[in-house]
Structure formats: structure tokens, C-alpha cells
Design a protein around this ligand. Structure first.
Ligand code: GLC
Length: 569
């Protein structure tokens, strides 16, 4: 169905993606067709009808390229090959065909801030200071006056996202290379035009193969201040946060515009482009998504998923204040309205499960999963659903360190212990905030291994799959799945959800989030109690027809715990 666009986005008319809903598949954990315990492309093909039933329009696939899997595929050694663990290029072509036949579009993960250290570009680059590809990565000598390879001799003081310094020493060439993530993920040097051309080529290659768009991994990190200066450090700490020198760096927007010109501008169909941008501010998000600037369609910002982080970052947990959440939503809805575009998400493969994190995965599991879904999905922007979210999948109750798989958690745990943190505290940190929570196998049914695999899964299956699974929910009235299905159908049929202005309703009781969407004389009012206690919302409950509710029982002026009501007027 083709829609005309609102005035502010006239440059892209008609934009098929404006009322689309995206579903993220983490292939390793979705469905395993060959019993090796790791999900694969044939597994996805066999389950596409689940997505059709749900009603989504686009699938974003986390990386399936050849990779040593140091970071589960976010470390690529060949951009034009499928990792054998997932299948072959033939399987991929079959997947594209099967998806297109069902009206689903495919967005690939594009990981080009860094490669694997096993990528031939890096292997050649590391072969010595005179290598023709030396300048494809960031090589630097040791800090002047230090012994190369000794602690503190790194060229600058930046810490890596996955713990330790952002530099690894290469004794063979006597220099260090930069990696903002793990040592096996060296950063590409985008200053070099040959690097950018090579990346554009790869992108065109996949588009010619039939893909419909890209989700671009940490794309706001690609431009660094070339001098790579030291960052201010906290007293007593060796390592510092270098983001000031690479988060939305000096040439980011230039690179994105060049990519648009080189790769997207002349394609017959609109290519969907989504930038992952940790730590992006509103100003840069607007620059990146204003269609007049020809950069990206939308970006993932991280503000709402950082509201429960303490001063020490994600490993320090603090309670989410629903008021902070409402304020963040309001800022981004207003900030991008009319010019930019929001992507809306609670979950992905990097975030703990939302029903465990911001909801109540015990007594109010169903109510909180559905209330959280609705307050997100009824905003303006493009909603993303991460596999299993549509079932209300929860965090894994990890019992021991041996269950951890994620490099970030494993490294953090070891670093915390080395820094004197006690085992129980360090374990609690990774248990709560670790990315493995999102990566447990999809729960298809109540059978052994949740119907995910006939072999031993690469990561433990959540023990709650006996009752929390797709077979128990698809087609079952009142289920979390059916609620998601309704939300998606509403977006497809109701222009006020796609185009309406966003107005937060003031004066609500603590724990209550309420907003209105307005388009001409159409109004939608969303009121949710995001707490475990019944309460009066503190704002007038509107007159009008009740469109959606997630609990049953008499409609009174008190909201039940986690009750959600949506009215149309
Ligand atoms: C992104 C990915 C994450 C990965 C990191 C490095 O944040 O979503 O999974 O570890 O980039 O590629």
C-alpha cells in the first residue's frame, strides 16, 4: 500500500517504510535446522510464516557473514561470504526469495566500523609498516618515552567497550592498532578513501543480490579525530572514555552523505537505512535523519535504554523512574518531529529483556509486557521488535559464570574481579545487564530445547519455555503475541499512529505515562500504569471509544497494575 507523506518528508514520497514494523532476527538463536545447536538460514526459512502471522514488514538480520565469531559475527572476516555455521550463499538467495514471496523485506547488518583481525585487509595491514594496506587501520607507535608493549605504553588512554585498553600491541611490527571493541575487532580508518570505496562496493554487491536495506553497526563511531588525543581521565584511573573523539566525529555526516550518493541515490527502490548510534545526541540524530540532507532514514538512539544505568555505566543498575522515561520519549518525539525520524525499540541483541528490566516478569508478566509494548509502538517512528519480544520472553536466571557466552560479560567479569570486586557482585552485574539475556534460544514450544534445536544449544534455553512459548500464544486470545499483532495491524491501518503529533499529557500520577497523538481531527490517547500498584492516573480519562486494553474487568477511574488503555476520539 502506498501512502503520500507528510509535508516535511516530501523528498522521499512515496515512502513505503513509514508505516513499516521491523523484526530483528539474531540468527544464532532463532531456529536451528541441522542440530548443531546454532540457528541458521534454513531455520529462518522454515519459520518465516511466524513473521507473516505477526504482520511485520521488514526483517533485520544480525550478521551472518564469515566470521571467527569472537563477537557473534560482529567481527567479519569476509563481507561477501556466509559463515558456514549459518549456511551458504545459496541458502541466502533462497531466504531472500522466500521473504520477498511473502512480502517481507530484508535488512542486513553492516558492520564497517571495524573488521575481524582475520579479515585479509587486516592481515595485510599487519604484515608490516610498509604494507599497502597499513593505512586501512589505525596503527600508532607507543607513547613517547615508554617501552612498547608495557602497561601504559598505549598510544592514548582510551578504554575499549569490551574492557581494557583500546589498543593491542603487535610485536612483529612494533606498533599498536586501535580497536574500540575487542582486540579481534580492529577499527577501519575511514579517512582513507580506498576504505570507503571498498565498503561502498560491498554494499552495492548485497543490494544487487536483493537486500532492501542496512542496519549500520556503531555507524557514529566511524570518524575519529585523527590525532587520537588522550581523553580526560578520572582520578586514579588509567583508562578514559574517548568518545569525545569518535562519537559523531568530525567527518561523520560527510561520510554518510558520500555513502548515500555512492550507494543509495540511484537505486530503483528506496534502500532502508538505519544507523546504530550509541550516545548520539538529538542534534546529530536530526542531522542524520533529515531527508533533505540525504544521510539515513533513522537512527537508534540510546537515551531511554540508559535510564537505569548508574554513574559507572551499564553495570551499575539504578531504578527506572517512569517520569524520566516519559521525559525522554517526549524529548525525542518532539526533537525529531517533522524533520527527522525516530526508531522505536526496547530490545535488541545487546539489551536485557524489557519485561524483566522495566516490567515485572513475575506476577504482572503479561500485563507489563503488553503495556510496555503499547507505550512504545503508539509513538511516531519505526517500531523494532526483537525476536521473542512478541512472546514476552524474559531474562535468563543465570546461576553460574560458566553459562555466560558474551565476550563483553566474560571480559567485564574478569576485569571486575581483577579490580577487587567480589564474585557475587561481579556476577550479579553480568547476570542483570549482560547481553546473553537477549540471546537465549527462541522459545517455539514446550518441548525439549524449546523446539529450537535437536542438538545441544550454544547457550542455555530459558527454563520458562514450558509455559512461555510461541505454540502457547499464536492464535490464543489475550496472549502477548496477539497483542503485538494488534499493535502492528493498528499502525498499518491508522494514519494517526504514523503521522500524528505527539503530546505528553501533564500532571499524571507517579508511574503513569500518558500521551496523545493528534492528526487533524483524529486523536488517540494512550494511558498506562507502569507500576505494580493500582492508581488513579491523575489525568482525565478521556471520553471516546476504547480501542485497546490489556486487562479485563470493569472500566473504572482506577488503573490496575500495568493497565493500559487506548482511546480514539
Ligand atoms: C554494536 C552491536 C554489538 C556489537 C558492537 C560491536 O553495538 O549491536 O552487538 O558487539 O556493535 O560491533
Amino acid at each position: 500500500m502506498t501512502r503520500t507523506v507528510a509535508a516535511g518528508r516530501a523528498l522521499q514520497a512515496p515512502a513505503w517504510w513509514r508505516d513499516a514494523v521491523v523484526y530483528q532476527i539474531y540468527p544464532r538463536s532463532f531456529a536451528d535446522s541441522d542440530g548443531d545447536g546454532i540457528g541458521d538460514l534454513q531455520g529462518i526459512i522454515a519459520h518465516l510464516d511466524h513473521l507473516v502471522t505477526l504482520g511485520v514488514d521488514v526483517v533485520w538480520l544480525s550478521p551472518i557473514y564469515a566470521s571467527p565469531q569472537a563477537d557473534n559475527g560482529y567481527d567479519i572476516s569476509d563481507y561477501r561470504a556466509i559463515d558456514p555455521v549459518f549456511g551458504s550463499l545459496d541458502d541466502f538467495d533462497e531466504l531472500v526469495e522466500a521473504m520477498h514471496a511473502r512480502g517481507l523485506r530484508l535488512v542486513m547488518d553492516l558492520v564497517v566500523n571495524h573488521t575481524s583481525d582475520e579479515h585479509p585487509w587486516f592481515v595485510e595491514s599487519a604484515s608490516g609498516p610498509d604494507s599497502a594496506k597499513r593505512d586501512w587501520y589505525w596503527w600508532r607507535p607507543a607513547r613517547p618515552g615508554t617501552q612498547p608493549g608495557s602497561p601504559g605504553a598505549e598510544p592514548n588512554n582510551w578504554g575499549a567497550v569490551f574492557s581494557g585498553p583500546a589498543w593491542t600491541f603487535d610485536p612483529a611490527s612494533g606498533e599498536y592498532y586501535l580497536h574500540l571493541f575487542a582486540g579481534k575487532q580492529p577499527d577501519l580508518n575511514w579517512e582513507n578513501p580506498a576504505v570507503r570505496h571498498a565498503i561502498h562496493d560491498i554494499m552495492r554487491w548485497w543490494l544487487d543480490r536483493g537486500v532492501d536495506g542496512f542496519r549500520m553497526d556503531v555507524i557514529n563511531y566511524i570518524s575519529k579525530v585523527p590525532e587520537l588525543p588522550d581523553a580526560p581521565s578520572r582520578p586514579g584511573e588509567m583508562l578514559a572514555d574517548g568518545q569525545a573523539f569518535y562519537n559523531c566525529g568530525p567527518r561523520l555526516h560527510e561520510y554518510l552523505q558520500e555513502m548515500h550518493r555512492e550507494v543509495f541515490a540511484d537505486r530503483p527502490e528506496h534502500v532502508l537505512t538505519i544507523g546504530e548510534m550509541p550516545g548520539v545526541d538529538l542534534a546529530n540524530a536530526l542531522l542524520a535523519t533529515d531527508p533533505a540532507r540525504r544521510e539515513l532514514d533513522m537512527v537508534f538512539q540510546f537515551e531511554h535504554v540508559s535510564l537505569d544505568h548508574g554513574t559507572g555505566g551499564k553495570w551499575q543498575r539504578r531504578r527506572l523512574e517512569p517520569d524520566d522515561l516519559a521525559a525522554t520519549f517526549e524529548r525525542w518525539q518532539h526533537g525529531l518531529a517533522g524533520r527527522g525520524w525516530n526508531s522505536l525499540y526496547w530490545n535488541n541483541h545487546d539489551q536485557p529483556r524489557v519485561v524483566s528490566r522495566f516490567g515485572n516478569d513475575g506476577q504482572y508478566w503479561r500485563e507489563s509486557a503488553t503495556a510496555l509494548a503499547a507505550v512504545l509502538h503508539l509513538q511516531q517512528g519505526t517500531p523494532f521488535i526483537y525476536q521473542g519480544e512478541e512472546l514476552g520472553m524474559t531474562n535468563l536466571p543465570f546461576r553460574e559464570v560458566g553459562q555466560l557466552r558474551d565476550i563483553e560479560s566474560v571480559n567485564h567479569y574478569a576485569t571486575a574481579l581483577a579490580a577487587g570486586v567480589d564474585e557475587a557482585t561481579a556476577f550479579e552485574q553480568v547476570r542483570w545487564a549482560g547481553r546473553d539475556n537477549a540471546r537465549t534460544p527462541f522459545q517455539w514450544d514446550a518441548g525439549p530445547r524449546a523446539g529450537f534445536s535437536t542438538g545441544r544449544p550454544w547457550i542455555d534455553v530459558n527454563p520458562n519455555h514450558g509455559w512461555l512459548n510461541a505454540a502457547a500464544q499464536v492464535g490464543v486470545g489475550g496472549s502477548v503475541f496477539e497483542f503485538y499483532r494488534q499493535l502492528i495491524a493498528l499502525r498499518h491501518s491508522d494514519p494517526v499512529i504514523v503521522d500524528g503529533d505527539f503530546e505528553r499529557l501533564p500532571g499524571t500520577a507517579p508511574g503513569v505515562l500518558a500521551y496523545r497523538r493528534v492528526l487533524g481531527d483524529q486523536q488517540l490517547t494512550v494511558i498506562a500504569n507502569l507500576s505494580d500498584s493500582p492508581c488513579r492516573p491523575g489525568t482525565d480519562i478521556p471520553q471516546g471509544s476504547l480501542l485497546l486494553r490489556n486487562v479485563t474487568g470493569l472500566l473504572t477511574d482506577t488503573l490496575a497494575p500495568w493497565e493500559l488503555r487506548v482511546f480514539r476520539s
